[in-house]
Design a protein around this ligand. Structure first.
Ligand SMILES: NC(=O)C1=CN([C@@H]2O[C@H](COP(=O)(O)OP(=O)(O)OC[C@H]3O[C@@H](n4cnc5c(N)ncnc54)[C@H](OP(=O)(O)O)[C@@H]3O)[C@@H](O)[C@H]2O)C=CC1
Ligand SMILES: N[C@@H](CCC(=O)N[C@@H](CSC=O)C(=O)NCC(=O)O)C(=O)O
Ligand SMILES: [Zn+2]
Ligand SMILES: [Zn+2]
Length: 377
């Protein structure tokens, strides 16, 4: 029986408030309006940014909400005016849309489409309203995706179509963590052959940075993490050397500058800690070293360094979704995966049903998971 035009009743993990476990609830999902797409979500990764928001660290974090932004699903129905996808299409929701028309989309310098950013940050659809209710209360959307629900509604410009043959329970991870790290090395840093790179934080994002550095033929990829259990696994992703800051007699910066005859060509911060952001910058080589901030720091945090670090040629950059123009880059990312240039399956450490979604957050906090993929049906 067709559900087109009907309110769908389904299950979702609801974040009722900060620092509270998610609650599996029956929710109502309204039909898509003009320029919107309703998606049956089959799988969703759990990213550190979901935990950061649930823990109350996101200045834009709103509750109650349906979190999740690393999903894969099938279009259930489309609203008026939608032409780029149709029911039955396999898709990945995108937290950075691509309208193709705004000044950001028209610039080759950025992937930060501005078309719906304002409403997305307020947890609503572009018309200013929500498609989710639960127990008579309106729920906020999250990052324009809300993939911890069996059905979600997103803007058409926030949807990338993928081939039916690719496994959605794996390529859902291209919706955030893997694409972010891989692109930060390729697009943002533009790592060159023979470079020396260092990566702070060997979670999914950090290991995807390693894949990007390897793809760019970096000569050395130094992994910096306080969780040594990550080191053995990281070798498979291209990390060539390891530093555990908690086991050093010198500072991490002194250690890396010594190891690299003056510092790295490129460093990447994939933790979200302002102290390690400083370490990553100051471990760059004088004159040309570039540091890319990928980690998301908690509300109120600020970065600092001596301006002399920049005066003497080090560069501080940031990267969102790896600099990929989201919709138009997805075919390249899928191709890299299918042609085995980009590891994806290897990031899935656990799969859990929706009922056990809080265990996925526990595994992340315990440092045991690269990614847990939630199976929503
Ligand atoms: N800019 C963007 O577009 C995006 C940003 N992000 C952000 O990137 C960051 C990483 O995300 P993700 O890979 O999912 O997170 P994970 O939690 O999977 O990985 C973080 C890693 O950093 C380690 N770590 C924690 N503290 C330190 C420290 N002081 N020194 C060295 N290592 C440390 C963790 O160890 P342990 O396992 O012991 O905790 C873990 O291995 C997050 O801040 C996330 O919000 C994510 C996606 C996109
Ligand atoms: N909302 C926060 C910042 C959160 C943030 O930086 N998000 C990243 C993606 S993290 C993915 O897992 C990002 O790309 N942001 C770009 C954007 O336009 O949101 C705050 O207000 O500080
Ligand atoms: Zn994410
Ligand atoms: Zn745009």
């Amino acid at each position: 029986m067709s559900t087109e035009g009907q309110v769908i009743h389904c299950r979702a993990a609801v974040a009722w408030g900060p620092k509270q476990p998610l609650v599996i609830e029956d929710v109502e999902v309204a039909p898509p309006r003009e320029g919107e797409v309703r998606i049956k979500v089959l799988a969703s990764g759990v990213c550190h940014t979901d935990a950061y928001t649930l823990d109350g660290h996101d200045p834009e974090g709103l509750f109650p909400a349906i979190l999740g932004h690393e999903g894969g699903g099938i279009v259930e129905s489309v609203g008026p005016g939608v032409s780029s996808v149709k029911p039955g299409d396999h898709v990945i929701p995108l937290y950075i849309p691509e309208c193709g028309e705004c000044k950001f989309c028209k610039s080759p310098k950025t992937n930060l489409c501005g078309k719906i950013r304002m409403t997305q940050g307020k947890g609503v659809m572009p018309d200013g309203t929500s498609r989710f209710t639960c127990k008579g209360k309106v729920l906020h959307h999250f990052m324009g995706c809300s993939t911890f629900s069996q059905y979600t509604v997103v803007a058409e410009i926030s949807v990338a179509k993928v081939e039916d043959s690719v496994p959605l329970d794996k390529v859902c991870l291209l919706g955030c963590g893997i694409s972010t790290g891989y692109g930060a090395a390729i697009n943002t840093a533009k790592v060159e052959e023979g470079s020396t790179c260092a990566i702070w934080g060997l979670g999914a994002v950090g290991l995807a940075v390693a894949l990007g550095c390897k793809a760019q033929k970096a000569a050395r990829i130094i992994g910096v993490d306080i969780n040594e259990s990550k080191f053995e696994m990281a070798k498979a992703f291209g990390v060539t050397e390891f530093v555990n800051p908690s086991k050093l007699t010198k500072t991490v910066t002194e250690t890396i500058v010594e190891m690299t005859d003056g510092g790295c060509d490129y460093t990447f911060e994939c933790i979200g800690n302002v102290a390690t952001m400083r370490d990553a910058l100051e471990s760059c080589h004088k004159g040309w070293g570039e540091s890319v901030i990928i980690g998301v720091a908690a509300a109120g945090q600020e970065i600092s360094t001596r301006p002399f670090q920049l005066v003497t040629g080090r560069v501080w950059r940031g990267s969102a979704f790896g600099g990929w123009k989201s919709r138009s880059s997805m075919p390249r990312l899928i191709k890299d995966y299918l042609e085995k240039r980009l590891m994806v399956d290897e990031f899935v450490t656990f799969t859990k049903p929706l009922d056990e979604i809080n265990a996925a957050f526990d595994l992340m906090h315990q440092g045991k998971a690269l990614r847990t993929v939630i199976d929503l049906f």
